[in-house]
Design a protein around this ligand. Sequence first.
Ligand code: NDP
Ligand code: 2IT
Length: 449
Amino acid sequence: MSVMQNYVDDVLALVKQRDPDQPEFYNTVREVFTSIIPFLEKNPQYKAEKMLERMIEPERIVTFRVVWQDDKNETHINRGYRVQMNSAIGPYKGGLRFHPSVNLSILKFLAFEQVFKNSLTSLPIGGGKGGSDFDPKGKSDNEVMKFCQAFMTELYRHIGPHVDVPAGDIGVGGREIGYLFGQYKRIRDAYDSAVLTGKGLTYGGSLTRTEATGYGLLYFVKNMLDEKGISLQGKVVSVSGSGNVATYAIQKAQEFGAKVVTCSDSDGYVYDPDGIDINTVKDIKEGHRGRIKEYIQTHPNAEYHEGCRGVWSVKCDIALPCATQGELDLESAKHLVDNGCKVVAEGANMPSTLDAIDYFLQNKILFGPAKAANAGGVAVSALEMSQNSERLSWTFEEVDNKLKDIMANIYRNAKKNAIDFGDPDNLVMGANIAGFKKVAEAMEAQGLV
Ligand code: NDP
Ligand code: 2IT
């Protein structure tokens, strides 16, 4: 076994020993560090400098109590978090997730991914993630507002335009960002626009931010396909999820001439042989926060199936997991490959399990890993920060064109590193090396940090 393989194994053992109850965090560290071994072999100084040991330790974690009252005046206590993972290349940047499953393992995995994703965007943003085990499902607007105000009443002291800039993620969209921003402004008594991104257009938000992750995913897929001389026109695409990322991935895939036949939520999935009607999905999800099974009420040719994993048994050319981590396991990967799927690109963060990723790579599936393929959202968040700094707003086309350039650049950078390190179609390795390089160089230059 090589010296660097040993080094990575030692660091992984350290992660397990320190935090044995953090499987999601362990898995993402394993994915990133095992894939960059060829790079470490050419850069042995990083072992001497203990760069990997530094990177697995968040610069700071805050956890706090969030107390709020529902519409019946019953008191609830939730747990709030912010993981400030790495500020080597800019202020901490990353979303807030409100979902009952939120815990430190999930937030550390998301923050760790975010560090390298943000590095790939080429924009000056460090990595962080936060959120709460609060469940927004079934809550009134007033209850969500009360919760957001209580959450920000503690979070405000840990964030700021030059310190840490949160945004949305699962369960946090435009409505929540609005309430969070209102409370921050009230407490600080200052209009720090760039303290949050994903804001509404009337108070400092950027055009294209809502669409950015889904659109960016399709721009990334287009770059992957262009290089192989394949067109999206007429391709059958399977999408999971029906939230922010899924909605705009479906929309852009359709604009590129593909036929999207599925979408889902945590209860089940819809298969529409005629192609998903995106306006219906928007009416259900953005319109009244309903469940995706309502889709078949207006589309008699479509089928609804309970259970979200079944979505990967549908025959498709391209699969785009856009719901959540771990939603695509080895069994699902085998279904996809058996059914002739040739391309998988991740809109969600770590949707494919490690054995599913290995299976895709072994079977020569064109695989776009999350930190590259879904970086469009955070990239436009960074563009929102730029617009806030210059107190100007750019047009939709201007931001969309920058997003296209950024996604093309991420693809080229990942591809170049995959080629340079001897495995040309392995964008997992390419993206991880490209992302790691910049963070490691910045940390090295800053001394013992
Ligand atoms: P939303 O809250 O808008 O939508 C989440 C979607 O995923 C919903 O359809 C939801 O269904 C489904 N989902 C959530 N949890 C589960 C689960 N445990 N099992 C099955 N389905 C589930 O979130 P986003 O669209 O913003 O986020 C989706 C993914 O994309 C996440 O992994 C997020 O980290 C990632 N991402 C988001 C970015 C952004 O800019 N928003 C940027 C980059 C990545 P239900 O309604 O039933 O919960
Ligand atoms: O996972 C992600 O990249 C996001 N949720 C977006 C983060 C951001 O700061 O826009």
